[in-house]
Design a protein around this ligand. Structure first.
Ligand SMILES: [Zn+2]
Length: 69
């Protein structure tokens, strides 16, 4: 019988969430984070609707975020 380890899945989700937060913090401080696909720098954009996003110039990375920065 196979046991599914949901705690591990949740842990991974939390890790990627923290990773996103770290990327945003780094960019917010003027640092540069490169897109893993096209190697262009990611840009942080905040819209009027209080949602922020993280995207590269080519659009291969486009992460919508709902964070209070
Ligand atoms: Zn890209």
């Amino acid at each position: 019988m196979t046991k599914l380890d949901f705690s591990q899945i949740n842990k991974n989700a939390a890790n990627s969430f923290n990773e996103q937060r770290n990327v945003i913090k780094k960019i917010g401080k003027g640092g540069t984070v490169l897109c893993s696909t096209c190697r262009l720098p990611l840009k942080l954009s905040v819209s009027a609707l209080n949602t922020s996003g993280l995207s590269c110039e080519k659009g291969c990375t486009n992460i919508a975020l709902e964070l209070e920065i």
